[in-house]
Every structure is written in structure tokens, then in C-alpha cells.
Design a protein around this ligand. Structure first.
Ligand code: GLN
Length: 245
């Protein structure tokens, strides 16, 4: 299933997470090492979002496999950012392969990705979605479980709920409504990263004023730590905290 990565730290080229390391996101797209719950490669699109300073993030998304985008290497080498969130997608069976279904999903300063599946979608999410204003449902990026999860999360964030609380309560509510769901969520506003493990792999590497959170380590640096399952991770450039969800 999908692979995702988020970075906070000194400005680096986008290629530092997408393409350059030996197990960069593009490598994880066609040779993932720790796929769980089905799927073999992540060929159903990709996306990258980055913060160009004070303004809202910029996104580049595509329904094509990341390795087939001829414009990406130069774009990624020539664009620097101090905060990045990127994902490659392996669409859940029955969900459309379209650009707008590729993470990151965005709202204001927020960027979001979901690695996993909501069991019984859409029926199982109907009760949770009933709390949303109709406008939120009419502005879904795509008819997928991940876009619906983002609509639920965005509603809480817009209401001012702290990010970690909003993410944790979304995982709890979704698990209750759709048991057996896999819910590795990844959220950033460019200042902090909030991530969960629920059914899929995740690792973190922190130090020297930078933090990387990724489905799989990008390289063999010994400072990568695996995040145990059913955990919530909160990271800034200087601190990482983890606890059970
Ligand atoms: N279920 C989501 C989708 O189809 C995410 C898929 C994944 O993690 N592979 O878009």
C-alpha cells in the first residue's frame, strides 16, 4: 500500500526525499521492502507538497507512477524547501486512479496523507461523515477513503482542535466505525508532523535540527527508529514524542 514521507529541517532540495537517497520515495514506489496488507508496487500516482516560506504549501500531484514523470528530476533538484510531505500511491481495489486521489491532500497550511484502507468504505464512514457540512462533502478531492478521512480531519482542524488530538480521535472513531481499518496518517503544517501507525510500517530519524518520518528508512543510517504499531508520533525540528494511540 502507499508509502509516504515528511521532512522538517534546514532547506533541502525535494530530491533529498524523492529521488536521491538509496531508498528514496521513488525507490520505495517500485521496490518497497515492507508492504503489508496487499499490494506490491506503488504505481497509481504520487504527490509532493512543500512550503515556499511563509505562504501556503505548493503541491505537485500526478496519476502517473513517480518514476515515469520526466519533469520531476529537474523540478525536485531545483526546488528547495524546509518542510516537505510526499506520497506514492497504490490504489485500493475499486478506488479511482486519478491525480486528485493522490496525497498530499491540502487545506490552508495543512498537508495530509493516508497509508491504508477504511474497511467497508463508504458505508462504514457514513455516520462520521453525517457530522460534516454538505459543503465539505461537495469539496472532496476524490471519492476515496483517504479523501474522506481528510475531510473529517480538516473539519476538526478548522474548528481549532489541536492537530495531535484531531488525528488521534480520527483514528479512534474510524476504528470503531470500520474495524480492521489500516490507518497510517501523516499530517504537517510545516512546523510539526503528526503521524500514526495502525497496520503499516513507519520509521523516524531525528537529529541536527531535522526530522524525517517515512514509511521505510530512506537509507541505512543507524539512527532510523521503527515506530511500533498503534502509536501516535509528534515531531518538530528538535523534538520527537511517541505514545500509544
Ligand atoms: N486507500 C487509499 C487509496 O486507495 C490509500 C491506499 C494505500 O495506502 N495504498 O487511495
Amino acid at each position: 500500500m502507499c508509502r509516504h514521507v515528511a521532512y522538517l529541517g534546514p532547506s533541502v532540495p525535494l530530491s533529498a526525499v524523492l529521488l536521491d537517497p538509496p531508498h528514496a520515495l521513488a525507490h520505495q514506489a517500485w521496490a518497497p521492502r515492507d508492504m503489508r496488507g496487499g499490494g506490491t508496487i506503488n504505481a497509481d500516482g504520487f504527490g509532493v507538497g512543500w512550503y515556499p516560506g511563509a505562504g501556503p504549501p505548493i503541491r505537485y500531484r500526478s496519476a502517473m507512477p513517480i518514476w515515469s514523470d520526466a519533469a520531476l528530476p529537474a523540478l525536485a533538484a531545483g526546488t528547495g524547501a524546509a518542510a516537505i510531505l510526499a506520497a506514492v500511491r497504490s490504489a485500493t481495489v475499486g478506488m479511482p486512479v486519478v491525480e486528485t486521489a493522490a496525497a498530499p491532500f491540502a487545506d490552508g497550511r495543512w498537508l495530509f496523507s493516508h497509508n491504508g484502507v477504511v474497511r467497508g468504505f463508504p458505508g462504514t464512514l457514513a455516520r462520521l461523515a453525517a457530522e460534516l457540512p454538505v459543503e465539505d462533502l461537495l469539496t472532496l478531492d476524490a471519492p476515496t477513503d483517504s479523501a474522506a478521512l481528510f475531510a473529517l480531519l480538516r473539519h476538526q482542524l478548522r474548528a481549532g482542535k489541536p492537530a495531535a488530538e484531531a488525528v488521534a480521535s480520527l483514528v479512534r472513531a474510524t476504528r470503531e466505525a470500520a474495524p480492521g481499518s489500516r490507518l497510517n496518517l501523516l499530517l504537517t503544517d510545516g512546523e510539526q508532523i503528526v503521524a500514526t501507525t495502525a497496520g503499516h510500517a513507519l520509521s523516524v530519524r531525528a537529529g541536527d535540527g531535522a526530522v524525517l518520518v517515512a514509511s521505510e528508512p530512506l537509507d541505512d543510517d543507524p539512527s532510523w527508529r521503527a515506530v511500533p504499531d498503534n502509536h501516535l508520533l509528534i515531531a518538530t525540528r528538535t523534538d520527537v514524542t511517541m505514545g500509544e494511540t
